[in-house]
Design a binder for this molecule. Structure first.
Ligand code: EPS
Length: 364
């Protein structure tokens, strides 16, 4: 049974985004400023669009924390949508405020519009756009930041970097180099070029967690395999189409791919980490390396050909505004998703009702 659980709510242009986290033991230090740092990282990155100039995401903790420490009770996080001010009538909960201003029926290929309208029996695609928008990843990053702060107590740290934007790759750097600044110019030039075309572009990024204990996850059931849980967490970030753990094994022989083990100074060591820190669905003590590919955002200034679902005629897809590239934001969301899975596994293995109880199990 999961130990670190959460639900989120909120529409892209609704009043606010909310999360309730259940299962955080008492006594953990939670700093809102660290959550806000991650929120800021999610908002920045080259290629973000107009909405990010409106929002300045900051978290309010409305339950579960007192004098900076968790109580063991549910933690509630709230992020206000500043843009709501401009959408109050359109996003009103009252039927008397109904207006068809800002409704649309020209579905965007690649987005949730078409399948969502059929599934939820909605004519106005705004009813699909609002929750399917990647806006909700803001509150997911806030939850992930709480998970990171749990892990930080045990010196588990994470970082991420962009590996590729479209076909432009970062220079090969050691995995521990942190966020790439080299290569950034090439990335920015490519994003500028695509923006000029009214188009969008995706890319590839990497997330690394270091200092994980051996044995998080399990091989005993499919839904307890850590790699499977991580893949689900990353693949369900809007626009992610590929998830890799460690090196892509295509082209390697078994003798080349597997990370041989040696004894040095009384300790087991490896000289390679092609497995990306997971063997048999469990952490093996090496850094966890996750890479993912985000597709180009489907909301585009240069519209795609599509169908107007009200008229059932061919038309151009709906466009309000969009990001040209959100790969950097996606890497921050991925950090959050992995942190939530790891915090859950960590609390399953070492959990208790308080930090002290966990420390006594962890330090054995
Ligand atoms: C986003 C907020 C959204 C989009 C973007 C991500 O705001 P708006 O719809 O008001 O422009 O900018 O989401 C998409 C492009 C998408 O297709 O879902 C955010 O906060 O990250």
């Amino acid at each position: 049974m999961s130990k670190f659980r959460f639900l989120t709510s909120g529409e892209s242009h609704g009043k606010c985004l909310t999360a309730i986290i259940e299962g955080v033991p008492a006594g953990f230090e939670i700093k809102p400023e660290l959550i806000n740092e991650d929120l800021k990282r999610r908002q920045s990155g080259y290629g973000r669009g107009g909405r990010m100039r409106i929002e300045c995401d900051t978290v309010e903790i409305t339950s579960g924390v007192r004098f900076g420490k968790t109580l063991g009770s549910p933690i509630t996080l709230v992020i206000q949508n500043k843009d709501y001010e401009n959408w109050q009538k359109i996003m009103s909960v009252n039927p008397e405020d109904y207006t068809d201003e800002k409704s649309f029926t020209q579905c965007r290929p690649g987005h949730a519009d078409y399948a969502g309208s059929v599934k939820y029996n909605q004519k106005d695609l705004r009813n699909i756009l609002e929750r399917s928008s990647a806006r909700k990843t803001a509150i997911e990053v806030a939850v992930g930041s709480v998970a990171k702060q749990i892990l930080m107590q045990f010196d588990i740290k994470c970082s991420s970097k962009i590996l590729q934007i479209g076909t432009v790759s970062a220079p090969t750097l050691p995995s521990h180099a942190g966020r790439v600044s080299e290569g950034q110019e090439g990335f920015e030039a490519e994003i500028d070029r695509v923006k000029e075309l009214g188009d969008t572009i995706g890319g590839k990024f990497e997330v690394i967690f270091e200092n994980l204990p051996v044995g998080l996850g399990s091989f005993v059931h499919w839904d307890r395999m850590l790699d499977g849980r991580i893949a689900q967490g990353i693949m369900s970030i809007p626009a992610v189409k590929v998830v890799e753990i460690g090196e892509n094994p295509l082209g390697y022989l078994g003798s080349e791919y597997h990370d041989e083990m040696f004894m040095e100074n009384g300790k087991i060591v490896r000289h390679t980490n092609n497995a990306g820190g997971i063997e048999g669905g469990m952490t093996n003590g090496e850094p966890l390396i996750v890479r993912a590919v985000m597709k180009p955002i489907p909301t585009m200034r240069k519209p795609l050909k599509t169908v107007d679902l009200a008229e059932m005629t061919e038309c151009e897809a709906h466009f309000e505004r969009s990001d040209t590239c959100a790969v950097e934001a996606c890497s921050v969301v991925a950090e959050a998703r992995i942190a939530c899975v790891l915090a859950d596994e960590f609390l399953q293995k070492f959990g208790g009702d308080s930090l002290n109880e966990i420390l006594s199990k962890f330090n054995v």
